[in-house]
Design a protein around this ligand. Sequence first.
Ligand SMILES: N[C@@H](CCC(=O)N[C@@H](CSC=O)C(=O)NCC(=O)O)C(=O)O
Length: 281
Amino acid sequence: MTLENLSCQKSFGGWLKRYRHRSRTLACDMTFAVYLPPQAEQGGALPVLYWLSGLTCTDENFMQKAGAQRVAAELGLVIVAPDTSPRGADVPGDPDGAWDFGLGAGFYLNATEAPWSRHYRMHDYVVEELPALVEASFPVSDARGISGHSMGGHGALVCALRNPGRYRSVSAFAPITNPMNCPWGEKAFSRYLGEERARWREWDASVLIADAKERLPLLVDQGDRDDFLATQLKPEALEAAARAAGHPLTLRTQPGYDHSYYFIASFIEDHLRHHAAALAG
Ligand SMILES: N[C@@H](CCC(=O)N[C@@H](CSC=O)C(=O)NCC(=O)O)C(=O)O
């Protein structure tokens, strides 16, 4: 596996780097960002937090806007941010050029329907191929946490719920909680997975939680001034599903906050400390 370094910036004593590589899973070139705290130069293997961004994002949004590097440097936490979909000239996007499907909107699932199924396999990329690459290339351990925002917050929940033992910690900011029952999810799932709604259930966090094989505690922050709250995100669906399943959920409603990275930047420190504590064990 060859990694091509695209950029390198010193940040809080560590290094923010971007890489391109050929993805077998996605059948295209992919770019990801990694923050290596200062402890990465001292030997030893560090825990890793995988961050999944939301609709329209690339690997760059989180690293540029969340302000995570200072605390990650203090905690000795590596952060890896992949892109949000496959990319490239032969990767199909939304036929209408919309921003909520296709490029930048891979929904962290494995598509089953043509033409999407050839490239749109972000679940396997994020859960398997990327960690294998990261663990072979950087001084990291197999202590993995996962977090994300909106589409990526849901992706983090689903990656953890579908893969018991793979992650030691999980959290989300303003996640889509029940994509089977919101416009973003219905549009994406009907195309990526086909019209048969029964097949959508294996990619919906509020459904998966009922039969989860592992009860990893969920930390979720949600702003109450989020424009997408009532129509797309519906935290009450996750809350009800967690309660019914007896799954530990800390759902914090943050007054006055919207859906933006200003919200994420306000609470990222709490999430990083939550992950670092779990990953240290
Ligand atoms: N059309 C708008 C809205 C897109 C948007 O709000 N994207 C969010 C994620 S939404 C759910 O997955 C986002 O993170 N945007 C990037 C950012 O840096 O804020 C648009 O194109 O901005």
